[in-house]
Design a binder for this molecule. Sequence first.
Ligand code: SAM
Length: 834
Amino acid sequence: MGGRGRGGRSRTQRKHFRQSRENVWKRPKSDPSSENNKDENNGSENPTWTPFATQNEAFDQFYKEQQIVTSEEWDAFVQVLRTPLPATFRINSSSQFSADIRWQLETDFMKSLKAEVAEGGESEAIRPLPWYPENLAWHSNFSRMQLRKNQTLERFHEFLKLENEIGNITRQEAVSMVPPLFLDVHPDHFVLDMCAAPGSKTFQLLEIIHQSSKAGSLPNGMVIANDLDVQRCNLLIHQTKRMCTANLIVTNHEAQQFPGCRLSKNHEIMESDQRFSQLLFDRVLCDVPCSGDGTLRKAPDLWRKWNTGMGNGLHSLQVLIAMRGVALLKVGGRMVYSTCSMNPIEDEAVVAEILRRCCGSVELVDVSSELPELIRRPGLKRWKVRDRGMWWVSYKNVPKSRRSVVLPSMFPSGRSYPNPVDNPNVDMEDDVNDGTNGNSEDSVQALENPVTCELTEEVSEFPLERCMRIVPHDQNTGAFFIAILQKVSPLPAIPEKPIKGIIKQPVEPDNQGIEDAKVLQVDSLARTSEETSEAGSEVDENDDEPKTVDLGATPRVTCEGDSEETQEPSNTKDISKMVPGKRKLQIQGKWRGVDPVVFFKDEVIINSIKAFYGIDESFPFNGHLVTRNNDARHVKRIYYVSKSVKDVLELNFSVGQQLKITSIGIKMFERQTSREGSTAPCSFRISSEGLPLILPYISKQILCASPVDFKHLLQYKAIKFVDFVDAEFGEKAANLLPGCCVVVLGKGNKAASESFQVDESTIAIGCWKGRTSLTIMVTAMDCQELLERLKIRLGEEKGSSKGDDELANSVVGEEAQQSNGINDEEVQPLDTSG
Ligand SMILES: C[S@@+](CC[C@H](N)C(=O)[O-])C[C@H]1O[C@@H](n2cnc3c(N)ncnc32)[C@H](O)[C@@H]1O
């Protein structure tokens, strides 16, 4: 069960989230490339912001020449690129409230907003994206400014903000929603998201995995979401936390070096139920780092920065990442390669190189009949390479001096040629910067390139027309490139014969699968990630993503120069001493500075939890509980993992902890820390994220409240037993054992006497049974959301026997809340400390 959408977050974290949103269509005046310093709205002097320039001659030259749109379309293409991107968002299809939210949009907001738009002369306010299944993705014509304009829009704005934070919707660029749709994910699939942060596509993949889960059950599939960047991994954790899933592992590796996790042949398989001996995936999403010019509409700063070196510099890394993805794919599996760049060097050239290296074991899938309403263009079969102001149509004539930068794989034929004798007339080193955009990469040469004229253009032999490019002016979106690949047979062994300019660099000699036995690399491909990230900018998929996250309580310790290489645990003692003021350096197997992941097996604690909540034996505990602390006595949080994640974890232990795990599973139990909490019979409470999963299995400490009492609990947070409208409920609550309990929303007015059955629509909250009262353990935001949902589901409450004012007077709020230590900060943002 995932995506119940009630994962709370800390106030600090939300504050960061809000503050980090920037107006991407303005930049600080201090920026030297500002064109003027007038305020764009009133023409007055604005000391802080100026509009972005949306011109770049090198960009125009490059894309005109590549003919990604016809010359007749050029004006329309750039005109749309220069306008801000309309907001789009997606309903979380696995959320308990997805149908309610869609109903609200289709009936309430579509109508009420239409009136507003009519006033402003616009034709459409919000509309579902026609190509996205089941009206789950929406386009809005309002700018943020407009959203604040009047009350109706403000209500819509508040709705978007709240539902996004709760996890019922995700604000995501329309084109970014496309790759997961073509991945054809099934709930039992093992999926690898190689470059996953900030996680909007991971979220989508998890939705699909969870889509048809029944209450209390988990799908057989799982997602591993990986990102190289630790900070962005934290964004990913933050984003996916809203999904409340036990079927996710977040890892922190260079995707091109993603571990093979393969048992050696002589490894004894101890457990009879061990499912697999190597971690291979049914689906791989390879949404690589790219120059990002498809996001110009939401990141207009790129207009100024754009140059051809960005795409050229990323091509090698993109090939390496994609090849690693293919190697980790099961035969018969599907991989989607995507970029938010329009550049053929990052797009078609990479796909062609994958096909070339795979020698027929990978095919481009023709998806022309899928999602017919999505307007897209076929991939290019011919393109040119631009480097330092020169156009090259074949590698043949690339001068020796540029051959470490311009690679054979960048060209449609992919052919390598011996070094030419450099043409003295084409002195690349002396290329003059004419200052067009402040970058020497794109000095525009007035002279015609003599080398280009000698050659006919190359055409790719691969069916690259099966790739798709989405361009902004076709359906008012950003731009995106997508290719769908299928692995039809194991990858071939690559000839041992050394090829000039190419070195053999097996990714992981000890753990390679048969498929990826020999992955060759062009020597310039072996550049470090630091170099490549300088070459291009990685642009957030979601302009509402926070750029930084307050990690809350746990400071993370990272070591300077810490690489993905094995680090011996024996070294860590000394290193922890070298970091004064920080908590003890954590170790996860061979990874330093990362909290350990350990199976939680403390029978005493597990049995006390089972007994206290009356958890049915059919709920699988064995091997499904993990912690981030080696010392069971000091475990604060216990996480729950699905069977699929458990299997991967067991394999990971067997192969020497190759995976560097930054987050795993769903937080299920948390230790009580307050005074009253420590005297309760069970020292662990059920976390709000884990509750929906375990709910059908709980038989003790659980009550059913009438809608009116449930609503009052949400409104007033704490209510004395004697003050419940349904006296029987109050009595039953008073008879619970002290500590954590669960309150389920019932249907009738005397819900306490109802027998209830839990299904996907059941709404329940965690509470604390104190001496005289019941107090909810739900964040303020989750309370607000639940109250909204109740309003819609139940209609306005009528005929309450106890008025709200009267009840308000009986509220014990502060006292009770303090006693159990629950407050708005209940849910920690990062799953790192034990
Ligand atoms: C285009 S963004 C991915 C967007 C993401 N798929 C989403 O939908 O939210 C590219 C990501 O690749 C990461 N990255 C860059 N180099 C990487 C590498 N060598 N291995 C893994 N991730 C890398 C960046 O940190 C960035 O988060």
